[in-house]
Design a binder for this molecule. Structure first.
Ligand code: HEM
Length: 344
C-alpha cells in the first residue's frame, strides 16, 4: 500500500495528530499476556511479526514527514538533543550507511541510494532532499553524518560504545523520548543509565540484557517492545520540557480520558555496527489513544487488565498515578473477564 503522508499534523499545541483505521491496526501492541512485568523480552529483529510495523528494518508510516518536521523544531529549540562524542565518528558513518541502505531497500518508491565508489547520492522523496557526498568525509555533508540521517528517520537513536566489558551511551538523537535526557545520560554505562528503573535491577534483568548485548552479532539485529502512557499525542516528553507537558496530566477527566490518554509504545531495535563495533539502539515511538485501542476487542481487554494489576512501583515510575484509574474505569465495561489467549 502506498503511504499517504500527513505533513501538517502536529504533536504539540494544536495536536492534530490522528490515526487512520489502517494505522491503528499496524500499532505494535505491547502486551502478549493479560499481565505485565519487566523481563528480557528480546527477539530477533526479522521481518514479519504481529503487525505491519514489523515489516521493515526501520519502519516508516503515515506520520513520517510530520515527525521529521517535529524533530527539526525540537533541535532548533535545543540543539543538545543530538550529541555524539568525538571518538564515535566511525559509528556515525556506520549508522548513516545502515539507515540509508535499509530505507532504500524497504521503500524504493521513497528513497534511493546510488554509489560510485565512495561518492554516494541519497534521494529522499517525501522530504524533497537530494544529497551527493563522499562516504567517510564529513565535510561533504551539511551536518555530521549521524545527525544528517537521523533527522530523516522516525524515532530516536542512541550509539553505544563497547569497552571495559560494558556499553557506554556515547551519542544520540533524542527528541521523542519518554522522560529521560541524553544530556544527562551521555557517557554513562548500561547499569548507570538504567539506574532509575524499579524492580528490574533486583530481578537481574539488566545483568542478563547486558550479557546478551555484548555478544550481539553484525547482521543479526534484535528488538524488544517497551511502553508507557502519555497525555495528548506529544512526542517530546523530555525532562528538559517538563514544565510544558507535566501539567497536561492534570487535564485528564472521565469525559476526555479516552481521547487524551495515549498508549506510548517503543519498538526498540539493536544493531551491531560493522566498522566501529558499536551498537545502534533505535527507539521508534508509536502513540495510540485509549479510544483507538478500544476499537480492538483483544487490546482493550488486555490494556484494562494490565493497568488494573500493574505493580505499584511501575505505576509510579511510568508517571501514571494521576489518571490510571480513569483509564481503568473507562475500559472496565469492555472487559468480559474471559482470559485472552497468549499473543497479540
Ligand atoms: C528504561 C536506555 C536497552 C530495559 C530505559 C531508560 C533509558 C534506557 C534511557 C529510561 C531510564 C530513566 O528512567 O532515566 C536504553 C538504551 C539501551 C537500552 C540506550 C541500549 C543498549 C535495554 C534493553 C533492555 C532494557 C536491552 C532489556 C531488558 C529497560 C526497561 C526500562 C528501561 C525495562 C524501564 C522502562 C519503563 O518502565 O518505561 N532504557 N535501554 N533496556 N530499559 Fe533500557
Amino acid at each position: 500500500m502506498t503511504l499517504q503522508f500527513k505533513p501538517s499534523e502536529t504533536f504539540r499545541d494544536t495536536f492534530t495528530y490522528a490515526k487512520t483505521a489502517e494505522d491503528i491496526l499496524r500499532f505494535p501492541f505491547p502486551f502478549p499476556e493479560d499481565e505485565y512485568m519487566y523481563s528480557v523480552n528480546i527477539e530477533p529483529h526479522v521481518k514479519g511479526g504481529p503487525t505491519a510495523a514489523f515489516q521493515a528494518v526501520f519502519d516508516i508510516d503515515e506520520h513520517y514527514v510530520a515527525e521529521c518536521r517535529e524533530r527539526a523544531k525540537v533541535l532548533a529549540e535545543d540543539p543538545k538533543r543530538c550529541q555524539v562524542l568525538p571518538h564515535m565518528m566511525a559509528a556515525e558513518w556506520d549508522t548513516l550507511e545502515l539507515i540509508m541502505e535499509s530505507l532504500a531497500a524497504d521503500y524504493p518508491e521513497h528513497f534511493t541510494l546510488t554509489k560510485a565508489g565512495d561518492l554516494w547520492t541519497w534521494v529522499n522523496r517525501p522530504l524533497g532532499l537530494q544529497q551527493s557526498f563522499t562516504f567517510g568525509k564529513a565535510e561533504t555533508l551539511p551536518c555530521p553524518p549521524f545527525e544528517f540521517i537521523t533527522r530523516q528517520a522516525q524515532g530516536d537513536f542512541t550509539l553505544q560504545d563497547q569497552r571495559e566489558d560494558n556499553l557506554f551511551v556515547d551519542g544520540g538523537m533524542v527528541t521523542t523520548q519518554a522522560d529521560w535526557s541524553l544530556e544527562f545520560d551521555i557517557g554513562m554505562t548500561f547499569h548507570e543509565w538504567h539506574g532509575p528503573v524499579p524492580l528490574a535491577h533486583e530481578k537481574g534483568v539488566f545483568d542478563r540484557a547486558l550479557k546478551y548485548l555484548m555478544r550481539l552479532q553484525c547482521g543479526q539485529p534484535v528488538r524488544r517492545l517497551n511502553w508507557t502512557m502519555t497525555v495528548n499525542p506529544r512526542l517530546d516528553t523530555s525532562p528538559e520540557n517538563y514544565p510544558v507537558w507535566g501539567p497536561d496530566k492534570a487535564t485528564v477527566t472521565p469525559e476526555n480520558v479516552a481521547e487524551k490518554v495515549h498508549l506510548r509504545v517503543e519498538l526498540q531495535t539493536l544493531f551491531r555496527l560493522p566498522r566501529s563495533n558499536a551498537i545502534l539502539f533505535g527507539i521508534r515511538c508509536y502513540l495510540t489513544s485509549v479510544a483507538d485501542i478500544a476499537r480492538v476487542p483483544k487490546w482493550r481487554r488486555r490494556l484494562h487488565r494490565v493497568l488494573r494489576d500493574l505493580h505499584p512501583d511501575i505505576i509510579g515510575y511510568k508517571g501514571l498515578p494521576r489518571y490510571r484509574q480513569m483509564v481503568i474505569d473507562h475500559l472496565a465495561p469492555f472487559d468480559d473477564g474471559v482470559p485472552t489467549s497468549r499473543g497479540i
